[in-house]
Design a protein around this ligand. Sequence first.
Ligand SMILES: NC(=O)c1ccc[n+]([C@@H]2O[C@H](COP(=O)([O-])OP(=O)(O)OC[C@H]3O[C@@H](n4cnc5c(N)ncnc54)[C@H](O)[C@@H]3O)[C@@H](O)[C@H]2O)c1
Length: 237
Amino acid sequence: MKTAIVTGAAGGIGAAIATQFASTGATVVALDRSFTGMSEQASEAGHILSASFDVSNEGDWDRISRMVSERFGHIDALVNNAAIFNPVPFLDESVAGFQAVTEVNQLGTFLGMRAAVPLMPANGGAIVNVCSTGGLRGFSGAFAYSTSKWAIRGMTKVAARELAGRKIRVNAVHPGLVDTPMLGENTAENLAEMAAAVPLNRLARPEEIARLVMFLASPGSEYITGSEFTIDGGQTI
Ligand SMILES: NC(=O)c1ccc[n+]([C@@H]2O[C@H](COP(=O)([O-])OP(=O)(O)OC[C@H]3O[C@@H](n4cnc5c(N)ncnc54)[C@H](O)[C@@H]3O)[C@@H](O)[C@H]2O)c1
């Protein structure tokens, strides 16, 4: 993999993915709404270009697509990782709250996949959608988030079928509990309680999710498409 786009790259998992890709010599276009302007840094082996970006904004995808096409010519991989988590139960959810989550998590993933296809070369590419174990079951207390992750699973399958002829593979990963800012403010007691619910008895480290994403984005997984990979320390067994 030579060039990749990673969204939500300022966050726990996204930053780990961008760093791991760059450590293999890749050029990474790291996008996040919390970045300011555009900046570039050389990493150990590769190169990270960070840009301020909203995944739910079609114009932002057009702007980045033009920039990527002019500077790098093509991309080999896209990781749709940006998301927001809003722990609101079904009966308390508002239209505005539901739409806010849907726009970032679901629409953002759709726009990302759609923008990536024309940027991928004739010999194909890989798309990895970061989903959640919250999209494998009814995640009580997080109605919109869980719904958006179920939708991403569906989009992953349809896109995998439709893009197979272009040699573009599309897969999804389902992290369980990962030690990132998305878990919110937690006391040591809360964290210990969460870890106790996991058969492997700890939360995941962002780097562990990044390794799985890197495998799915690389040629080593060339016969895998439309698949889903749970990485949750056994929590959903
Ligand atoms: N942390 C967990 O326990 C966990 C569990 C399952 C799945 N996930 C998934 O992993 C992915 C990464 O989450 P994380 O844990 O690193 O969370 P995080 O909050 O640390 O990072 C998410 C990043 O997405 C960015 N973002 C949010 N809205 C955006 C937008 N509109 N445009 C661009 N960027 C935007 C944020 O600024 C943030 O940097 C998400 O898809 C999340 O649903 C996380």
